[in-house]
Design a binder for this molecule. Structure first.
Ligand code: NAP
Length: 267
């Protein structure tokens, strides 16, 4: 059997998002474990970078130029307003290579303008639970990767959770659910925790039950056990306790509150 070619993936920027992506890949991606995907990183503050990268087995590079030259593919994880300056000066080293960008609000045409047609680009939007292998990665339909590169990154990212491919124009609406959604759902867990404590449970027990229930409900939907409404109906027996809770949530405007939250986040 032919051995897979080793790919060297260089993270330009290794803050909150760069480091959770690398953590997810290091923990859950077989290609990293088999040495077929090698991770390296550069960020300006060397001490901070070292502290984050070394425990994950990510090699530290001394400059953006060194990173760009030594990598086959770049993962760009800097802030939107840092993008131009981070790429300035290394575009020649990126020529003929691929860049995966997780930079919010930067699309393919903006990268084309900055880097020219010689650099292949894929815009992606991960969320922070990729660190624990239960995240989401949205990939823009519009990209300039080779078919084998796109296949390869889909394989890596699918180790981190659900991969969803969408037209670039829908990325903002989608990340209002998956990018901002963790914050909304942490609030749900906290609220269920308060409810548990109010009803005599220890807070840690209530959080554990709430968090595991949230994960379980999500898995039921992801594994195609039914439409969310059907799954809810299946837990509500006539005149039972759950339907009374459901009615209380409807009275409190739960659905409208979530719709408003996503509308506000996607603006
Ligand atoms: N956080 C999220 O939940 C999330 C979700 C999806 C997408 N994103 C996107 O991910 C990107 C990064 O966000 P973040 O939350 O990770 O920000 P962050 O924590 O501020 O990290 C930014 C990183 O970029 C580095 N950096 C700054 N200037 C640089 C330069 N000129 N060259 C190379 N590296 C440079 C910083 O290094 P120093 O620390 O050494 O200065 C830091 O490692 C953003 O574009 C954001 O839209 C974030």
């Amino acid at each position: 059997m032919e051995n897979k070619k080793t790919v060297r993936l260089g993270f330009l920027g290794f803050g909150a998002m760069g480091s959770v992506l690398a953590e997810g890949l290091a923990r859950f991606c077989p290609a990293v474990k088999k040495g077929e995907l090698l991770l390296s990183a550069y960020a300006p503050h060397a001490d901070k970078l070292k502290k984050r990268a070394e425990p994950l087995g990510v090699e530290v590079r001394a400059s953006a130029e060194e990173l760009a030259q030594s990598a086959d593919m770049l993962l760009l994880a800097v802030k939107p307003d840092q993008t131009e300056s981070a790429l300035k000066g290394i575009s020649a080293s990126l020529d003929g290579k691929a860049v995966i960008s997780v930079v919010n609000a930067w699309d393919l045409s903006m990268f084309r303008e900055l880097l020219g047609d010689g650099v292949r680009v894929q815009c992606a939007m991960p969320n922070t639970p990729v660190a624990v292998g239960s995240g989401t990665v949205i990939l823009a339909d519009e990209h300039s990767l080779r078919a084998d590169e796109r296949e390869e990154i889909e394989e890596w990212f699918s180790c981190l959770g659900a991969v969803v491919s969408l037209p670039g124009a829908k990325m903002r609406a989608a990340s209002a659910i998956s990018g901002c959604g963790p914050a909304f759902l942490y609030m749900v867990i906290e609220a269920l925790g308060d409810a548990g404590v109010k009803n005599g449970l220890k807070r840690q027990d209530a959080y554990r039950l709430a968090a595991a229930t949230l994960v379980g409900a999500g898995r039921m939907v992801l594994e195609g056990r039914g439409h969310p409404g059907e799954l809810k109906d299946a837990v509500c027996s006539p005149g039972g306790t759950t339907i009374r809770g459901v009615a209380a949530l409807e009275e409190a405007g739960m659905r409208a509150a979530f719709i408003r939250a996503v509308d506000a986040a996607g603006k």
